[in-house]
Design a protein around this ligand. Structure first.
Ligand code: NAP
Length: 299
């Protein structure tokens, strides 16, 4: 079966062969188009490791059973994607600080004793991607997070606060959805200056260095940019977490004023690299993983 089509369900997991080489997976709903299998399989093959990574299409109501089946099916770990990250936080036996901060689990380790440990590599992957793309540290930047009310927005805003950002602007279409995040950041990182806004009230981003798009605006070709180009300055660094286009609508808006921008592919890569390091306590071949991602990425 090719990486592009391989997909298993809860019925498959209920009768998982004991000798299957498929011992890692991304669990999601939908999950058919996840690029994680080719990325991780490139690393596993390059290192000559005796395991392969696949996709598990698991519906939200099936997640508790799926997690319970992982140890007996000899899984080493899984990644969780939409919509499972918050539910996974409640289902694992132990949660580390990164997952607690993010409010969700994207990496699960299945211990030899069958215990599940939850981590989040979204914030760390974002941080590595920004350093790689722009040569700047999120923690040394004043950051505007667009779509701060979603899962990625929370993980990224929390990561920036954790790394030392002095000022964070939380922007969300629905203001109610960022109230608890603003409180959580203020409590955990009291020296961070936190502001909140909806999109309509934004008049200037001149007080910020790094703009991050965590909305889903831009995933469809016909989407508008979440931000008009007249709010972007040429000195801004613009990071769009979306990776369904090489140049997203926000990146095109950044081009208009000559601001540097990058899409979400490096974040996808680095969150995967961090997951691999958590599972195997070794550094994977990053350039092999990047090449595998680029081979399946939209152009
Ligand atoms: P989510 O929890 O569903 O959050 C979606 C966010 O987008 C919310 O803040 C939502 O605002 C906002 N939004 C949706 N439609 C909008 C619109 N028309 N106008 C303005 N805001 C809108 O999703 P998520 O898991 O955080 O994912 C969000 C994005 O991050 C996706 O594009 C995903 O691909 C990306 N992501 C990338 C990586 C990576 O590795 N590169 C990892 C994770 C996520 P409301 O609260 O008002 O609904």
């Amino acid at each position: 079966m090719s990486d592009a089509r391989e997909l298993f369900t809860i019925d498959d997991l209920r009768q998982w062969p004991g000798d299957s080489p498929l011992r890692l997976a991304v669990v999601g709903d939908p999950v058919a188009h996840s690029a994680s299998p080719p990325m991780h399989n490139a690393a596993l093959a390059d290192l000559g490791m005796d395991a392969r990574y696949t996709r598990l299409h698991i519906r939200p109501e099936e997640l508790p059973e799926a997690f319970a089946l992982l140890p007996g099916s000899r899984f080493l770990g899984v990644n969780c994607t939409i919509p499972h990250k918050p539910q996974a936080l409640k289902l694992v036996h132990t949660v580390d600080e990164s997952a607690r901060r993010a409010g969700g689990v994207n990496t699960v380790v299945v211990g030899p004793d069958g215990m599940l440990t939850g981590h989040s590599t979204d914030g760390g992957g974002f941080s590595r991607a920004v350093r790689e793309a722009f040569g700047i540290l999120p923690g040394a930047s004043r950051v505007a997070v667009l779509g701060a009310g979603g899962g990625a927005g929370r993980a990224i805003a929390m990561q920036c606060a954790f790394e030392g950002s002095s000022r964070i602007l939380l922007v969300n279409r629905t203001l109610d959805k960022i109230a608890s995040l603003a409180t959580d950041i203020a409590e955990a990182f009291p020296r961070v200056r936190i502001e909140a806004s909806d999109f309509e009230s934004l008049t200037s981003l001149a007080e910020y260095d790094l703009i991050v798009n965590c909305t889903s605006l831009g995933m469809k070709r016909e989407d508008a940019s979440p931000l008009a180009s007249d709010l972007i300055l040429d000195r801004h660094f613009v990071y769009d977490t979306i990776y369904t286009a090489a140049r997203t609508p926000l990146m095109l808006a950044a081009d208009v004023v000559g601001a540097r921008s990058e899409n979400g592919l490096p974040m996808l890569l680095h969150q995967g690299v961090l997951s691999f390091e958590i599972w195997f306590h070794r550094e994977p071949p990053i350039e092999k993983m990047r090449a595998a991602l680029l081979a399946v990425a939209p152009r």
